[in-house]
Design a protein around this ligand. Structure first.
Ligand code: TYD
Length: 205
């Protein structure tokens, strides 16, 4: 089994699930309480992550497998990069919070690629906690529509339904030591926030 990184919290959910808002709130809470934390996200802002964004914006066309490999390459750098990698931040004793991690690849890329291929290229250290903001697909779609702008590659309701099924199946067999917190994302943002706070406090996080 891959190593579990202590105090590594990842947020997962469908596009429009509201994870970004919740992460911002959590960071504010840690700030207020003077906890050392490192806030990060995938795809990253580093060169490989930027390449991923170009594929999502349909500026670069490639195969689903090449995109899966790009996500994994971006992730490898995200974890192991000597100057800004998660490993390093974690070793420094910081609480690391990531908006998405390899569970996103398992859920999203497995819709179009062989799930075994996606698993094979995603052997990474495990988080201590996964916060799954489980928001119904129709609520997510409404929020995506409201945001406006160009639709990205994965903003379709039939696609998101499959992604949700993949998340649920990945989360049904997590290794021991990885804690899953599922929060009902259809609640008001403040309720989601306090549910997350309560769960994390019980883990001293
Ligand atoms: P994200 O930045 O969370 O979305 P937004 O731009 O709306 O804030 O993620 C971008 C998209 O990439 C999103 O549709 C989810 C998808 N994704 C994958 O398909 N696989 C992955 O491994 C990751 C990290 C994201």
């Amino acid at each position: 089994m891959e190593k579990i990184l202590r105090s590594f919290i990842v947020f997962e959910g469908l596009d429009g699930a509201g994870t970004t808002t919740q992460i911002r709130n959590l960071a504010r809470y840690y700030e207020f309480n003077r906890r050392e934390y490192y806030l990060t996200a995938e795809p990253t802002d580093n060169p490989i992550g930027q390449l991923v964004r170009k594929v999502l914006q349909k500026k670069i066309q490639t195969t689903p497998e090449a995109l899966a490999l790009l996500y994994a390459a971006d992730r490898h750098d995200h974890i192991y990069n000597e100057s800004h990698g998660i490993m390093r931040m974690s070793e420094e004793g910081k609480i690391v919070i990531s908006d998405r991690y390899f569970y996103s690849s398992i859920a999203y890329q497995s819709v179009e690629c062989d799930p075994d291929f996606v698993l094979a290229i995603n052997r990474f250290p495990l988080p201590e906690v996964i916060i799954f903001v489980d928001t119904p697909v129709d609520v997510c779609m409404e929020r995506i529509e409201k945001r406006g702008g160009e639709k990205e590659l994965f903003d379709r309701s039939s696609f998101l339904s499959k992604v949700r099924d993949n998340y649920l199946s990945a989360f049904s067999s997590l290794p021991q030591g990885v804690r899953l917190i599922t929060i009902d994302g259809s609640m008001a943002p403040e309720e989601v926030e306090s549910a997350i706070r309560a769960e994390l406090s019980s883990l001293s996080l």
